[in-house]
Design a protein around this ligand. Sequence first.
Ligand code: DAT
Ligand code: MG
Length: 142
Amino acid sequence: MTPERTLAILKPDCVRKNLQGEVLARIQRAGFRVLGFKMIRLSPIAAGAFYAVHKGKPFYDGLVEFMSSGPCVPIALEKTNAVADFRTLIGATDPREAAPGTIRKEYADSKGENIVHGSDSPENGGIEVAFFFAERELAENR
Ligand code: DAT
Ligand code: MG
């Protein structure tokens, strides 16, 4: 079976708290292979485009402001069942509802600032990896 791709983003709160290494180590220990990662700062326009599916929702403007508030670390990951397994690893959107031992439960302060993004379907995993990485930048192509 070909491994699936998912996109993680270590969000600006993760970078501000200096937790990039710690969170990435947990991701790697859980069996994900890192195909690519970089640190960038999203413009408000880019953050809005990435989260376009949420446009019009009450939290959208705050989400765009937060995601463009400082550098973040998009990470292209691969694993069998990557999308579902990654969402299990990070836990529910609201850290108060996240299962014990999950990354959001352990490190996140609020539903709005929840440390890490994970794709929500295999199709979006591919689309979101391509949002941040050219195919030639990914491990198997370099
Ligand atoms: P997830 O990141 O778990 O896939 P989502 O796609 O529903 O969650 O929302 C994207 C992000 O938007 C989420 O990580 C944090 C923010 N967000 C969602 N619902 C929110 C709410 N009710 N209040 C504040 N921020 C919210
Ligand atoms: Mg989502």
